[in-house]
Design a protein around this ligand. Structure first.
Ligand code: GDP
Ligand code: ZN
Length: 309
């Protein structure tokens, strides 16, 4: 019997592909019944990115025997209020949130919700502005404004274009040695970006051949791609795939890094940063230190939170 430790690189429903990273040699494995999680609200016990122990028996079947503790994971609920959740990726080093200023136009409250989600999960996020070759005057001003908002909040913003090659090397470099989650609404250029990072990849088809899973159900779903330049990519369909996280009203501001920084100075604790006197967050907004756009997104999330209660 052979034993080892490996990373889940593809989740194909009831079957998985593992590879002992950094070597890229995927092999099939199944899950032994008793490893299944008891937490009934999670519909899949193992996700792409999971580190596992396995055993290969005399009959050649590899069985996953243990799931090692996760540093983080991303879940998705079937609906906002659904109890049932699906883990889409685990042990992610960084999330790249791909948006475009114009094609399609990014809605800031939507981006802010995703950034909050990443903060809740404990996954560092980088914002990628795609298709910059299409930006024309007066785009420069809007671009500067966008950068001011998000760099001011503490996020890195990388401009990319697969036409001019702008930003591609920077992302390729940053991806080395890491598991990177790429997320973007359909049409934003996510597949093109992944292809530009490594021309041998085609996210629309998938890199791991179905031959590994012959005759098996291959409706899934999530997989990890190795980048020729180093590191791995997990392609997450649609930004909405992140789903909503359960947050108490008082908690939301903690996941806006720029609010967290000044929130300790509010006169009242907890402070919702709305009507309270001596609120340091509101003072920072008035002083131009926190962007009105981000603050607005925060207020929107507070409102929405009320709706669900
Ligand atoms: P996905 O749905 O996010 O995977 O988006 P795709 O990669 O399929 O790209 C959507 C459309 O945008 C396609 O027509 C691409 O050719 C186009 N596109 C993607 N990246 C760029 C870019 O950097 N510049 C320009 N001009 N078009 C792009
Ligand atoms: Zn406050």
């Amino acid at each position: 019997m052979m034993q080892g430790e490996a990373t889940v690189v593809k989740n194909a429903g009831s079957h998985y592909l593992l590879s002992a990273l950094p070597a890229w040699k995927p092999f099939p494995a199944v899950l032994r019944g008793k490893v299944r999680l008891k937490a009934s609200e999670i519909t899949n016990p193992i996700a792409v990115g999971d580190h596992v122990h396995y055993e290969t028996g005399a009959d050649g079947t590899t069985v996953i025997t243990e799931i090692l503790p996760r540093s983080n994971y991303v879940i998705r609920r079937s609906t906002n209020l659904s109890r049932q959740a699906h883990i889409i990726a685990a042990n992610v080093d960084r999330a790249y949130l791909i948006v475009s200023l114009y094609f399609p136009e990014v809605k800031l409250p939507f981006l802010d919700r995703l950034l909050v989600t990443c903060e809740v999960y404990g996954i560092p996020a980088t914002i990628v502005l795609s298709k910059t070759d299409l930006y024309r005057e007066p785009a420069a001003e809007e671009l500067a404004h966008f950068r001011a908002i998000y760099e001011g909040a503490g996020y890195q913003v990388i401009e990319t274009s697969v036409r001019t090659g702008e930003g591609i090397d920077a992302i390729r470099e940053a991806c080395k040695g890491c598991v990177n989650l790429f997320s973007g609404e359909s049409g934003v250029g996510k597949s093109s970006l992944i292809k530009a990072l490594d021309p041998s990849l085609d996210p629309k088809i998938g890199v791991i051949s179905a031959a590994h899973l012959q005759g098996k159900h291959t409706t899934s779903l999530y997989e990890m791609y190795p980048l020729a330049s180093g590191g791995y990519v997990i392609d997450s369909p649609g930004l909405r795939g992140f789903g909503l996280v359960d947050l108490e009203k008082e908690e939301i501001a903690r996941y806006f890094p720029e609010m967290l920084r000044v929130g300790a100075d509010c006169r009242f604790t907890p402070c919702t940063h709305t009507h309270e006197p001596g609120c340091a967050v509101k003072a920072a907004v008035d002083a131009g230190l926190i962007s009105p756009e981000r603050y607005n997104s925060y207020l929107g999330m507070l409102e929405e939170d009320k709706k669900f209660r």
